[in-house]
Design a protein around this ligand. Structure first.
Ligand SMILES: NC(=O)c1ccc[n+]([C@@H]2O[C@H](COP(=O)([O-])OP(=O)(O)OC[C@H]3O[C@@H](n4cnc5c(N)ncnc54)[C@H](OP(=O)(O)O)[C@@H]3O)[C@@H](O)[C@H]2O)c1
Length: 329
């Protein structure tokens, strides 16, 4: 099979095409003929070696990529409920990489069928896994209730873009996104189900007196601190990323009790292996949301051989949606 290898930690140029033996599925696994592999900022962080000192973190050479769409190629022992040739999407259960490849091995617990649902596979891989994570974050971490108001930072980003559809599905009464000024024009024409998208650099002024029950924050840094002032008492902020790159930013925890608000972390890679029971309902809710048109994010498709260019685009921020890589057959 064809793969993209991260041959070292470093610049996008460490990503090279290579050949590897075709894998066979073990018990409880399936192999998937990959039609599309998602590219996420997390892949960039792995390639840069940002997490290299964390226990169990991949060391070069490794095949990046956490999520794929494609068709089932073969079933491992004991697998039921899936058929060879069925269209599927995977989400990462926190156990491995390997998505930038023409064949992917997945545990069936992290695979969901999209057969007959009328979902484009490039859109499916771009939205379904993140929407499943959004479902877990909004139900288990934020305990979103019907009628609550939700604010989502980095609103067009790959991860964040999956939240408005799930928030709607769960009955949120209002869903507002925030972006930096350079993305306001793209936000004006987004088909994602936001009521409004506002400037994240001028939060207090643009939001006026409006207060939110749940804030989704994959951006971090100063924006996380600014968010505390726009939360309603009883509000919950989900700290779920650091796209800002402000790794040293700190928060004054006195602000939490002054405002009677909470901050909870969400990291699928940590939570899902510990609570695998949340994966199946989340994947099904995600497919329903995308099939209902609630995840209409922009997707650019590039050949697998252009993985380095895809990472450059993630890094230089010339993107208002997602990139999916397509193996050449
Ligand atoms: N918790 C989890 O389980 C989980 C899962 C997936 C991803 N993540 C995390 O979520 C974050 C976003 O990942 P992604 O794949 O969605 O990335 P992405 O598609 O690049 O989106 C990141 C968004 O953050 C915003 N942003 C604000 N300041 C930024 C800055 N200085 N540099 C870059 N972006 C900035 C950008 O929106 P504007 O330009 O509009 O502000 C951008 O749309 C990452 O930290 C990733 O590790 C977490």
């Amino acid at each position: 099979m064809q793969v993209v290898l991260a041959t070292d930690f470093g610049a996008p140029s460490v990503l090279r095409l290579a050949e590897r033996p075709d894998p066979v599925p073990g018990p409880g696994q399936v192999t998937i003929d990959v039609s599309h592999a998602a590219v996420g900022l997390i892949d960039v962080f792995f390639r840069q070696g940002l997490f290299k000192d964390q226990p169990g973190s991949a060391k070069p050479p490794f095949v990046p990529g956490l999520e794929v769409a494609g068709t089932v190629r073969a079933l491992g022992d004991g697998v039921t409920g899936l058929e060879v040739g069925e269209q599927v999407v995977t989400m990462s259960d926190g156990s491995g990489l390997g998505g930038y490849a023409s064949i992917y091995v997945a545990p069936t617990s992290a695979v969901v069928s999209i057969e007959g649902r009328g979902i484009d596979p490039a859109l499916a891989v771009s939205v379904v896994p993140n929407a499943a994570m959004a479902h877990v974050a909004l139900t288990r971490i934020a305990h979103l209730a019907a009628g609550e108001r939700v604010l989502i930072h980095g609103a067009l980003g790959g991860f964040a873009a999956a939240f408005p559809g799930i928030a709607r599905e769960l009955g949120a009464s209002r869903v507002v996104g925030t972006v930096r000024p350079s993305k306001l024009a793209a936000a004006a024409s987004t088909r994602l189900p936001y009521d409004e998208v506002v400037d994240s650099t001028d939060l207090l002024r643009v939001l006026g007196d409006e207060r939110f029950d749940v804030v989704v924050d994959p951006v971090g840094g100063q924006l996380r601190a600014d968010s505390l002032a726009v939360m309603a008492p009883g509000g919950r902020l989900i700290a779920s990323g650091n796209a800002s790159g402000q790794w040293d930013h700190t928060l004054d925890t006195n602000q939490l009790w002054f405002g009677s608000v909470a901050i909870a972390g969400f990291n699928a890679g940590a939570l899902l292996p510990a609570h695998p029971e949340v994966i199946r309902p989340a994947l099904e809710a995600a497919v329903d949301a995308v099939a209902a048109g609630l995840g209409q994010t922009e997707v650019d498709v590039l050949p697998l051989s252009e993985a380095a260019a895809a990472h450059e685009r993630m890094e230089n921020r010339s993107l208002s949606g997602r990139i999916a890589l397509m193996p050449e057959r």
